[in-house]
Design a protein around this ligand. Structure first.
Ligand code: ADP
Ligand code: ADP
Length: 216
């Protein structure tokens, strides 16, 4: 059983690292942002509700978010573990996650805290391009696709997320500082936090994460 949380500010590289971890860790990645975007593109009630918060860079309310993640974690593919990306984002969500895993006889094994300066976060978010079909993430400068504007994996046309405007990016980082950063202490107190230097290049960050997970 391996239950991991990728923790860090918007743009820290959580999605990028989760994707690479899939190559050596056979547990699914569960991204709350992707779950909201999936609901949005299918125009569900949950998607329409989430959109009003996402467009402003604010957090979707805890009860809605927790219910969505709970449903996802109860599916069979999560039976042997999960890599959580973007969840939890508040102390209330972290407490709900602890309770949820405890019900399944599990616990958060490690929280990989990817630390990146605000300046780097803004540079990363500004140059982020995403594949609409497979979710692969690129960066104009730091991790460019092979053929401009086209996903390496499946050839789809890359897009920039609607909530990746300069105003929303800055707001998301502020919201992180206010509501999500307190989780660092929450998880340090549980002795599960592992510090990862997120300023390194993508491969170096991945190597540090792999070493930390293999040492568990
Ligand atoms: P990023 O990759 O930039 O950190 P995400 O894809 O994780 O962004 O999240 C996009 C938006 O989805 C957030 O700004 C927020 O509105 C919503 N969201 C995602 N995860 C959560 C969560 N755990 N709690 C509340 N809102 C969330
Ligand atoms: P998050 O999921 O934490 O919001 P992403 O994985 O979407 O972050 O990464 C944000 C942007 O930064 C993407 O454009 C990605 O290609 C780029 N990126 C990720 N990790 C690094 C890194 N270590 N160095 C430089 N750029 C990175």
């Amino acid at each position: 059983m391996t239950d991991l949380v990728l923790f860090g500010a918007p743009g820290a590289g959580k999605g990028t690292q989760a994707e690479l971890m899939n190559e050596w860790l056979p547990v699914p990645r569960v991204s709350s942002g992707d779950l909201f975007r999936y609901n949005l593109s299918n125009n569900t009630e949950l998607g329409r509700l989430a959109k009003t918060f996402m467009d402003r860079g604010e957090l979707v309310p805890d009860d809605v978010t927790v219910a969505m993640v709970r449903e996802r974690l109860q599916r069979p593919d999560c039976a042997t573990g999960v890599i959580l990306d973007g969840f939890p984002r508040t102390v209330a969500q972290a407490e709900a996650l602890d309770a949820l895993l405890a019900d399944m006889g599990r616990r958060v094994d490690a929280v990989l805290f990817i630390q990146v300066s605000r300046e780097s976060l803004l540079g990363r978010l500004a140059g982020r391009w995403t594949c609409p079909t497979c979710g692969a993430v690129y960066h104009e400068v730091f991790n460019p696709e092979r053929s401009k504007g086209i996903c390496d994996v499946d050839g789809a046309k890359l897009f920039q997320r609607q909530d990746d405007t300069p105003e929303t990016q800055a707001r998301r980082i502020d919201v992180y500082q206010e509501q999500t950063a307190p989780l660092e202490q929450y998880y340090r107190d549980q002795s599960v936090l592992v510090d990862i230097d997120g300023e390194q290049d993508i491969a170096m960050v991945q190597a540090q994460i792999k070493a930390a997970v293999q040492a568990l």
